[in-house]
Write a protein that binds this ligand. Structure first.
Ligand code: CTP
Ligand code: CA
Length: 235
């Protein structure tokens, strides 16, 4: 979309978006990571800025993406760095979107030097849980630290215990955020012929499917849903 075609309906709003995938270091040259491109989070940041919002983009690792114009970028490589950056930015925010793919686990220790191979088999990599940043933000808001709308993301597949939406509704309830953006991913021919890329689920039970489209179109639909949701703060 051309910037001049977009409404300025987010002007005066402060938005914080996390994007990309965290990398959890094993040693100075190796990490545990994930395949998040960061594109959806960057599109959300760009579209919000085009619609007049003041945007902070907390960026983990992404494929090479252009920096969205008029957006403040904070780099955060690991889950612990991203956590710190989000808590710092949250106090000022009207809307927080956790689009980043945060590693659920990190290596217990990070070697100071490159791990060398030897003749014997390597030790298994010991992992520990990372904090759930989204859940922490919800708890911090409940404790009165800020009053932002909090939006989570989920990529789900169906399995023997339930379909995509069943899992997504349970995740929304578990996380306690206001809105969950759900992408249907992975296996199943149904998805390949499916028109819908996913769903938007609100804590008040409102649900909307999002049509398959560009990341910018998805971003616009997500912001429309946030702006129209009953939880949107006024003033
Ligand atoms: N998230 C987070 N901190 C984590 C893990 C996830 O803030 N340590 C956020 C993600 O940014 C996303 C949402 O939580 O907005 C859902 O992430 P997801 O990986 O789908 O949920 P998990 O609770 O980690 O559940 P699982 O991976 O087991 O499905
Ligand atoms: Ca996870």
């Amino acid at each position: 979309a051309r910037p001049d075609a977009l409404p300025r309906d987010m002007s005066g709003k402060r938005v914080v978006v996390s994007a990309g995938g965290t990398r959890e270091p094993l040693d100075p040259v190796r990490y545990l990571g994930n395949r998040s491109s960061g594109k959806q989070g960057y599109a959300l940041a760009r579209v919000a800025a085009q619609r007049g919002a003041q945007v902070t983009l907390v960026s983990a690792h992404t494929v090479a993406l252009p920096e969205p114009a008029g957006v403040d970028i904070v780099n955060a490589g690991t889950a612990l760095e991203l956590r710190e950056a989000m808590h710092k930015a949250a106090g000022e925010a009207d809307i927080i979107v956790m689009a980043a793919a945060v590693a659920d686990f990190r290596p217990v220790s990070r070697a100071d030097h490159k791990i060398k191979k030897s003749d014997r088999d390597p030790d298994p990599v010991a992992l520990t849980r990372n904090p759930d940043i989204l859940a922490e933000l919800v708890a911090a808001r409940a404790a009165g630290k800020f009053r932002s709308i909090i939006v989570g993301f989920a990529a789900e597949t169906g399995d023997e215990t339930g379909d995509v939406l069943t899992h997504a509704r349970a995740k929304l309830a578990r996380k306690g955020c206001d809105l969950l953006v759900v992408n249907a991913v992975g296996e199943g021919k149904a998805f390949e012929t499916e028109d819908n890329a996913g769903w938007l689920l609100a804590a008040d039970g409102t649900e909307r499917s999002i049509a398959l489209g560009s990341k910018a179109q998805m971003a616009a639909g997500i912001w429309d849903f946030v702006l129209n949701s009953g939880t949107y703060p006024t003033g």
